[in-house]
Ligand binder design. Sequence first.
Ligand SMILES: CC(C)(COP(=O)(O)OP(=O)(O)OC[C@H]1O[C@@H](n2cnc3c(N)ncnc32)[C@H](O)[C@@H]1OP(=O)(O)O)[C@@H](O)C(=O)NCCC(=O)NCCS
Length: 185
Amino acid sequence: MLTGKKVVLRPVDIEKDFERCLGWINDRDVIHYLGKQLKPVIKEKERELLRKIATNESSVVFAIETREGTHIGLTGLHDINHFDGTAVTGTLIGDKKYWGRGYGTDAKMLLLWYAFTVLNLRRINSRVIEFNKRSLNCQLKCGYKVEGVMKKEVYKNGSYYDLVCLAVFRRGWMKRWRQYMKKSD
Ligand SMILES: CC(C)(COP(=O)(O)OP(=O)(O)OC[C@H]1O[C@@H](n2cnc3c(N)ncnc32)[C@H](O)[C@@H]1OP(=O)(O)O)[C@@H](O)C(=O)NCCC(=O)NCCS
């Protein structure tokens, strides 16, 4: 378990967490911001997918809980490459009433601390659809920098959108982490 200022990251418990996660990935407002397309969700297939992601050797997935113990989302490192020292992050606060209140930033900062300190990774990548300003702001706050744009990469409901590519390096990040943990908000 990793404890931040607002959240705790704990292992996923598929039996306990699955129905809640299913609700989130069935929510149009949530899907809108993800690479996923809107389509009927088959419960068993999604359960298997969550199990695969959570047990995949090249991924580490955490459930995000508030410090009071409410499960509000998921965050993880994927495509972990120990040779290059890289991974890709993905974060989902599924419970919308927690959006824009600093929970995503706290979860991401903890995940980066884990990636850099525990896994000894050195470069973490992320991709965001251009209109997802909340995610962009959240990542910039965590130290990611925009490295480029994949033009009209994503199709969503009749339009093509750019994908913004971001990355954060371990070098220099620890200072940001110490400042973040010191700051009282
Ligand atoms: C993206 C996500 C993880 C961010 O977590 P969060 O807890 O909502 O984000 P935070 O509150 O920590 O930070 C968001 C920042 O964006 C700002 N913000 C919030 N809503 C915004 C909006 N509509 N437009 C622009 N900025 C916005 C916030 O003010 C905050 O910045 P600030 O602290 O400098 O004011 C979460 O919103 C989420 O899971 N959304 C749905 C799924 C998703 O988009 N996943 C990421 C895919 S790349």
